[in-house]
Design a protein around this ligand. Structure first.
Ligand SMILES: Cc1cc2nc3c(=O)[nH]c(=O)nc-3n(C[C@H](O)[C@H](O)[C@H](O)COP(=O)(O)OP(=O)(O)OC[C@H]3O[C@@H](n4cnc5c(N)ncnc54)[C@H](O)[C@@H]3O)c2cc1C
Length: 500
């Protein structure tokens, strides 16, 4: 039985993921009454944020910043870790490099400069963080050395983050309605005045002084995917929630919002070939297969098709999903040998995995479904011959241990595939989120097609365009949602206080 929605409130927040919950918290901080509309039922709520590992990319200038963020860190843990630093300059460099310098400079500046303080704000509200020992650090001579600028995760991963934020938001007075799908905005010449909602089978209106849209991208909408990302994208799997079908973007465009950013782009990774069409919360992000920089990938023609070791995993994984989608049959096999298997990430050891194992390379290639075995064997042998074995292997740095003479080189972490047992894992493209979306300013106000803010309308998170292009530095999605969610909520709360 659905409870009746209130007919009015100060601020409506559309969505109940990380961006939305941060927005609700910030709006409540301004003294506003807040209603969160979540399309999903409670047991599937929390959007993509709930599917994450909870990794947050944020600036820290040394261990003191990390200790401030994670007061639970013990002296012993600090002593056995080399966290390095992740300065504003490094974050800017990463955002510039991976987006090919297209990221909106004003929004990028806010993202980078407010990452640390926003996470401290979350900590003050009761969110706990911890170092990503498992995925972002290698143990060398008894010390954990962190790499790739990604050091912090929310306690309990995505589910822990969403549960904690939900509790905190409620404690701060915001109400959440589940199974409440926002359909359209109520707006006139004075701006946005509320939302039309489908709730319990009925369409109702909720009036408000401000609306924050945080309803995710359009990745779970096969029609929009194909329309904007292009042919074959209808065949991609969706890594996360089935509820992010572009509603927030559509609603805003309908009242004149400006579309912006990389509408044909998205964050897409190598994902188990037999994973379900949408994410499965019991598996979370474990269908991903992110150890490819340590091995090679072979397509249906039995060929390598990409430099698996071009950069750290953090800086290539989000664009390689598209590359796999464009291969014949939309799949690839990742191949490893006995030396590397112990180094594979935990996600390779789950039950629901598409894997083959063999004692010889000949046996292995014949087990690779839908692959030209003879050419695959030749590709592996050619790769083995090309490995520069004199350069030492070091997974913590870009070691320059590459290949020589191949038309498609492998630039780092090249090891011969010559020690049994041999294993291969089948992957296809898993789309995480889409990059194109709404134009906002640094106060998270939604901008219209004339370049003017739409009064009363704010947006944050995945549905904002202009921040990510082509690629993405891992862990920036949650930081982006938190930083702009907080700003959007603050702006919406302030607007509510001004409007009578
Ligand atoms: C498997 C996986 C792993 C990931 N790992 C990481 C990671 O470790 N670190 C990181 O930074 N990023 C990660 N990401 C990306 C990250 O999830 C997103 O960037 C981020 O969570 C987006 O937050 P959001 O609040 O904008 O959207 P979401 O969390 O997706 O929230 C959108 C919300 O809107 C709701 N909604 C949709 N339509 C409507 C409607 N019409 N009415 C009402 N509600 C609606 C949805 O139900 C949902 O609650 C991962 C993503 C996936 C899928």
């Amino acid at each position: 039985m659905h409870e009746t929605l209130p007919s009015s409130t100060d601020v409506v927040v559309v969505g109940a993921g990380n961006a939305a919950l941060c927005a609700a918290l910030a709006a409540a901080e301004q003294g506003a009454s807040v209603l969160i509309l979540e399309r999903a039922p409670e047991n599937e709520a929390g959007g993509n944020s709930r599917f994450t590992a909870g990794a947050f990319r944020c600036v820290y200038n040394g261990v003191d910043d990390l200790r401030a963020l994670m007061p639970d860190l013990t002296d012993d843990e600090v002593a056995k870790s080399d966290f390095g630093t992740y300065t504003e300059e490094k974050f800017f460099d990463d955002m510039g490099r991976v987006t090919e310098y297209r990221t909106d400079p004003d929004l990028c500046e806010v993202l980078v400069k407010r990452s640390k303080e926003t996470m401290l704000w979350m900590r003050d509200k009761g969110i706990r963080f911890m170092p990503i020992w498992g995925r972002q650090a290698y143990k060398i001579e008894g010390q954990f050395k962190f790499w790739g600028g990604l050091t912090v995760e929310a306690w309990g991963g995505g589910p822990g983050l969403v549960d904690a934020l939900t509790k905190i938001v409620r404690k701060n007075g915001a109400a959440i309605a589940y199974g409440a799908r926002a359909l359209s905005l109520i707006a006139d010449d004075d701006g946005v005045k509320g939302v039309r909602v489908k709730h319990g089978g009925r369409t109702v209106e909720v009036r408000s002084k401000a609306v924050v849209l945080a309803a995710g991208g359009f990745q779970a909408n096969a029609e929009m995917r194909t329309r904007y990302l292009g042919p074959l994208w209808e065949l991609a799997k969706v890594r996360g929630t089935r509820f992010n079908t572009g509603d927030g973007i559509r609603m805003a465009l309908e009242i004149g919002a400006m579309p912006t950013g990389n509408w044909s782009g998205g964050h897409a990774v190598g994902w188990d070939r037999n994973a379900p069409e949408f994410g499965d919360l019991s598996v979370g992000d474990n269908f991903q297969k992110h150890s490819y920089p340590l091995g090679i990938m072979i397509n249906a023609n039995g060929e390598r098709f990409i430099d698996e070791g071009a950069d750290f995993r953090n800086y290539t994984y989000a664009k390689y999903g598209r590359v796999i989608l464009m291969q014949p049959g939309q799949f690839a096999w990742q191949v490893f040998d006995g030396k590397i298997i112990p180094m594979l990430r935990d996600e390779y050891r789950i039950k629901r995995v598409t894997k083959v194992q063999a004692k010889t390379l000949e046996e292995l290639v014949n087990k690779l479904d839908d692959v030209d075995a003879a050419r695959a064997l030749e590709a592996i042998r050619a790769y083995n011959r090309a490995v520069m074995t004199k350069v030492p292997f070091d997974p913590n740095v870009k070691d320059g241990r590459g290949t020589k003479g191949l038309s498609i080189p492998k630039s780092n972490w090249a090891n011969r595939i010559d020690q049994p047992p041999f294993e291969a894992y089948a992957v296809t493209c898993g789309l995480t989120f889409t990059f194109g979306g709404l134009k906002i300013d640094t106060s998270a106000r939604v901008i219209d097609t004339d370049g003017v803010p739409i009064p009363g309308l704010f947006a944050a998170g995945e549905l904002v365009g202009g921040i990510f292009y082509f690629n993405y530095p891992g862990g920036t999605g949650l930081t982006n949602g938190a930083v702009f969610g907080r700003i959007a909520g603050t702006s919406a709360g302030q607007r509510a206080a001004q409007v009578r």
